[in-house]
Design a protein around this ligand. Sequence first.
Ligand SMILES: *Cc1c(COP(=O)(O)O)cnc(C)c1O
Length: 417
Amino acid sequence: MFQYRDGRLCIDGLALDDIASQYGTPCYVYSRADIEHAWRSYDRAFGARAHRIHYAVKANANLAVLDTLARLGSGFDIVSGGELARVLAARGKPGAIVFSGVGKTVVEMEAALAADIGVFNIESPAELVRLDGVAGRVGRRARIAVRVNPDVDAHTHPYISTGLDENKFGVPMADAPDLYRVAAGLPNIEVTGVACHIGSQLTSLAPFADAMARVMVLVERLAAAGIELAHVDAGGGLGVRYHDETLPSIEDYVATLCRAIPSRYEICIEPGRSLVATAGALLTTVEYLKVTPKRHFAIVDAAMNDLIRPALYEAWHEVLPLREAGDEVPEQRFDLVGPVCESADFLANDRPLRLVPGARLAIMGAGAYGHVMASNYNARPRPPEIMVDAAGAHLVRARESIAALYSGETLLPDASI
Ligand SMILES: *Cc1c(COP(=O)(O)O)cnc(C)c1O
């Protein structure tokens, strides 16, 4: 939990200023307790209902985050062979892994079958045929759910909306019965469920309820045709409060799913953002204050390569000083920008702050889709990650070195002209 104590912003009792001094800025800091609290809120809300929580690894794939969740008994939703390797490295149980994504390669399928993952969420007829072939070749049966596209508007940012019929995700509802019939007849495929995921940062429950109602029509139709499913995967997508959004609670979200899905089906969910977003912050230092005729800029040492959400989605992140400034520093409206050579390189715009050069700031809500989306643009090493728990602050990913940035590159051979 982030909280001021004696004018200093703390994470679970530790001053972020001290963490910034020890590890340098920019750096990401996560609260293990906050992640655990969010996961347990989901788990408790289901009560006695059969359920599984598969954390969407893409939101934050750091091994310590995965370790934290694996220790609670979480499953994992992966979208690549790289994420599979990360989950296994963090000692996640293979049987509790769901493999999503529209572009699974043969190599990724082989690795997932070798690990004996729980279920593949199939997103196209061609993928189903490929999986059957690969499974036959390696002598395994692949458990599958078809990810259907319920064609509901999630009312979220277009880049993170996935459940409309114009999106690349899932199988159109109208095509799903035929695909299930095909799947049921394939020798190396075992049909176990249905899946859907309609988008991210959803701030109301209606789209979830609509999507589930449509999915259940399909499930009942399949049952009437003799294809019995064991689980319904509702995907992820519950939003978090970055600014002034009003949000349904985890409890109300889970209650909505429990109402929509009859109790004979196990409910699976794939939350990402809502488990980790508010558990993390990106710490940064003000390098320069720059006044132009139109704007006051605070040029900080973090940039769009470290946290791309503002540039990519015009996302709003709260900015908090690590030390509350005194009244002697006047409040002004600042644009927080990084050193990257792009005008899209901003972290926040038009924020009332009391700033002096050297001041340190926390960009809040950076635990999800933060470090995982970081790049090396402008040859900037990616920042370190620190996780705080009851035992203190742990460096769980070192700052990338400059040498590492080009360690896989070579000059041309001497003989070339
Ligand atoms: C991204 C994604 C999630 C997680 O979404 P959040 O909004 O982070 O909860 C879950 N399932 C699938 C298939 C996804 O692509």
